[in-house]
Write a protein that binds this ligand. Structure first.
Ligand SMILES: Nc1ncnc2c1ncn2[C@@H]1O[C@H](COP(=O)(O)OP(=O)(O)OP(=O)(O)O)[C@@H](O)[C@H]1O
Length: 250
């Protein structure tokens, strides 16, 4: 990571007053959020709360109707080329060339970066060492998801956005993904982790942003959120603060 960025106090992410409408549906409704360099931020919310829309706007993949985003001081829509060098994104739907093998996909993505992670390291990070010669279309859903996570990490990003990191993964793969996030955290990488899984968020995240109906209900450490809500657990705090039950993803 660039120590300049860390020392200058420039936040990893600064989103101000984000608004996004789809026809008459307000998906994100005036959301502001700051994530410091090196922080792991969880984004929790029920289905349709606006999590994916929010991270897509942060990544520059969706244009906000109002508001602004800065990613390490860069505008993700105007400074696309520079942002691509510092940001890794794993989104819920990956559109990848099914006929390419895992190794070929990694090779293709590695060619986009000046100093990519070695393919072996990527395969180990996501536990796909045995699948390197398998075509993407022949992989299971969970394995395909792990490929998309590996691809998000190819360019040694300083900021990583992971949307539904472990949804659909079996318990072993899930634990491995958690270890991957812990590894990134130890490297000082800033991580935004969109999740439905309370256990995952409590374990991995420094702070948690609670979204409901496109709004940021609260943001803080799991302990602070729990205390503010006068709740016993983060789960209970979520219910107290949003009036909704956070359902399991599957
Ligand atoms: N492309 C789109 N066109 C129209 N409406 C959309 C579109 N994408 C999302 N929405 C709507 O906007 C709202 C927010 O969706 P979003 O996907 O951001 O929520 P989410 O919190 O990520 O949900 P989930 O947990 O189900 O992934 C939802 O009501 C959704 O139906």
């Amino acid at each position: 990571m660039s120590s300049d960025t860390k020392e200058s106090g420039v936040p990893a992410i600064e989103a101000e007053g984000l608004v996004k409408r789809y026809r008459d549906k307000v998906a994100v409704d005036g959301l502001s959020l700051r994530v410091d360099v090196g922080e792991v931020l969880g984004v929790l919310g029920t289905n349709g709360a606006g999590k994916t829309t929010t991270v897509e706007m942060i990544a520059g993949l969706r244009r906000p109707d109002r508001g602004s985003v800065r990613l390490l001081g860069l505008d993700p829509r105007r400074d696309r080329a520079r942002v691509r060098q510092v940001l890794g994104v794993q989104l819920q739907q990956a559109y990848l060339h099914g006929a390419l093998t895992v190794a070929e996909l990694l090779g293709l993505y590695r060619s986009f970066y000046p100093d990519p992670r070695p393919a072996d390291e990527l395969l180990e990070l996501v536990g796909l060492e045995e699948q390197r010669r398998v075509r993407f279309e022949k992989l299971s859903g969970g394995q395909q998801q792990r490929v998309s996570i590996a691809l998000a990490l190819v360019g040694r990003p300083q900021v990583v956005i992971l949307d539904e990191l472990t949804t659909g993964l079996d318990p072993r793969a899930r634990r491995r993904m958690w270890a991957t996030v812990e590894h990134l955290r130890d490297e000082g990488v800033t991580v935004v982790l969109v999740s439905h899984a309370m256990e995952e968020v409590e374990r991995l995240c420094d702070r948690v942003a609670l979204l409901d109906a496109g709004r940021l209900v609260d943001v803080g450490t799991p302990a602070a959120l729990t205390a503010r809500a006068g709740a016993a657990t983060l789960d209970d705090a979520f219910v107290a603060l949003t009036g909704k039950q956070l359902e399991a993803a599957e």
